[in-house]
Design a protein around this ligand. Structure first.
Ligand SMILES: NC(=O)c1ccc[n+]([C@@H]2O[C@H](COP(=O)([O-])OP(=O)(O)OC[C@H]3O[C@@H](n4cnc5c(N)ncnc54)[C@H](OP(=O)(O)O)[C@@H]3O)[C@@H](O)[C@H]2O)c1
Length: 477
């Protein structure tokens, strides 16, 4: 996602500035990237009014239909355009200025739909330049001047919000490397996990493999989970060799196969009398629809159903262990998806791997919050997180060429795993419950009003009930 915000002081009255901005037919006058803008069916600006806007795009003009979904004249309106490839959201706010003029804030967000969209960094990176050109036009049209942004308090706040606003620097190494310099950022080497039991799925590759090494180095008793016993064994041997920690074992399980998840739970319960941290990290973005043996689409089966069942089966052991945590590795890709239960599984005919992945990852973060609400009182902390973009075998498989385009901007697996290890080890994770973390900061699970709208109490309840029914556990277990 890319975001551009600018504030302009104009001598025009708030009413006249609002009237000009609200008429999207004026887009073409001030935004050099707009070729044509016309009201649909002669609509006047107002709630639900639509405008067809032709914008310059790579490969030829693209028509976006903007609809004014919120309209409060002469203060604020929101216009949203959604196409298969992108969602564009323009919010205009007009406030009276002290001397009779007005201050216009133009807040534009461009979201490329699906995780594959994130593979187009050129578009995201170019958004600032497009925004700057539009600002020049807007200053002219409003006969105004650009205002500098007011300062948030504290250096950490300034640096962090500067990185969070445009997604590209935030998700890449740049975000990690800058945030790491902020006050209070403890080194992962400082953590001590001796005597604690950690179960980590997806520990054989990428982020999970990196996290496994940090957790083993901190002295934890670690259970490595992946689909193949022999691959797991190899990783266990490597970890013992690298860290000198002998308390590392493995248990094979495909997280999409519920019988295997039940066997994994039995194994953990039989071999460990405590469980400090359960980490749901296993995951993949699959280009073609495949099904688990249950017939459930495999992304949903392995990243929504399997983790839900495992948490459920290990809940009592977690509750009996002081300060226990359940961590779920989601993805920033979920920001593009609303919450859906009826369309959680995509049909083979319209299956898009990136979209399917985003829907499952949205379900993960929602269920994480619900676990915290429903079972937090047992003393278990539930947290989800996203790692930004890291260079792993999983990313190479799912998005061939992405690592080449992004080059050194991608995080290393250690950098991508940082917040996961931090949540497993730092007391900060005990202070709240149900968080969604990125770079050690609790973030919102929505960045778009369109996805926020889908996140209703009824849909949440329906999601929980559907998942519980699929895995065969009592609804409010
Ligand atoms: N890398 C990124 O930039 C990025 C961004 C956002 C989110 N994530 C998330 O981070 C997590 C790790 O991704 P990664 O990039 O490190 O990928 P990776 O290198 O492909 O590692 C994936 C791990 O998950 C395991 N796994 C996959 N499917 C499984 C299944 N059905 N049952 C059990 N284990 C399974 C794999 O183990 P075996 O093959 O040995 O079974 C492997 O250890 C995933 O949840 C992913 O969605 C990654």
């Amino acid at each position: 996602m890319a975001r551009y915000v600018v504030r302009i002081r104009t001598p025009k009255s708030p009413e006249s500035a609002f009237e000009y901005m609200a008429d999207l037919a004026n887009f073409a006058e001030w935004d050099a990237g707009v070729l044509r803008s016309e009201p649909v069916d002669g609509n006047a600006p107002g709630l639900d009014a639509s405008f067809d806007v032709d914008v310059k795009a790579i490969g030829g003009p693209l028509t976006l239909r903007y609809t004014q979904t919120e309209f409060d004249a002469p203060h604020r309106f929101l216009a949203i355009a959604r196409s298969e490839r992108l969602t564009s959201r323009d919010e205009i706010t007009v406030e009276p200025d002290e001397d009779g003029g007005a201050i216009v804030t133009y807040d534009a967000e461009l979201l490329l739909n699906g995780v594959l969209g994130f593979a187009d960094p050129a578009l995201s990176l170019g958004f600032d330049r497009i925004g700057d050109r539009a600002t020049v036009g807007l200053i002219d049209a409003l006969e105004g001047e650009r205002l500098e942004d007011g300062g948030p308090d504290g250096v950490s706040g300034i640096v962090d919000s500067a990185l969070e606003a445009p997604i590209v620097p935030s998700f890449t190494r740049i975000g990690y490397l800058v945030r790491k310099q902020l006050e209070g950022w403890a080194s992962l080497e400082s953590y001590e996990l001796s005597g604690k039991v950690v179960v980590l799925t997806g520990a054989t590759s990428g982020l999970g493999r990196a996290a496994a090494e940090w957790i083993a180095s901190a002295g934890a008793t670690l259970v490595v989970v992946g689909r193949s016993a022999s691959r797991n064994e190899t990783v266990v041997a490597e970890l013992i060799e690298a860290t000198g920690n002998p308390n590392i074992t493995q248990a094979p399980a495909d997280m999409g196969e519920l019988d295997q998840v039940r066997e994994l739970a039995d194994h953990v319960l039989a071999n460990h009398d405590r469980l400090d941290v359960l980490i749901h990290n296993a995951g993949a973005l699959t280009a073609k629809r495949t099904d688990a043996s249950s017939g459930i689409e495999s992304t949903v089966a392995s990243q929504v159903l399997g983790p839900f069942l495992l948490t459920n089966l290990l809940l009592d052991r977690l509750a009996a262990t002081e300060d226990s945590r359940v961590l779920t590795m989601s993805s920033g890709g979920m920001y593009t998806s609303g919450l859906t239960v009826s369309r959680l599984q995509m049909e083979a005919e319209d299956y898009k791997g990136a979209e399917q992945y985003a829907r499952a990852k949205r379900a993960q973060v929602t269920l994480n919050e619900m676990w915290a609400d429903r079972h937090g009182a047992k003393g278990i902390r539930f947290h989800a997180l996203h790692p930004g973009w890291a260079d792993t075998p999983g990313v190479d498989d799912a998005l061939p060429g992405f690592s080449k385009i992004m080059g050194p901007l991608l995080r290393t697996p250690d950098e991508g795993a940082d917040t996961l290890v931090w949540l497993a080890a730092d007391d900060a994770a005990l202070e709240t419950n149900g968080g969604f973390w990125h770079d050690r900061v609790n973030r919102s699970i929505h960045k778009l009003p369109t996805t926020r709208k889908t996140d209703t109490a009824e849909r949440r309840a329906a999601l929980w009930d559907w998942v519980a029914e699929q895995v065969g556990v009592a609804v409010d277990a």
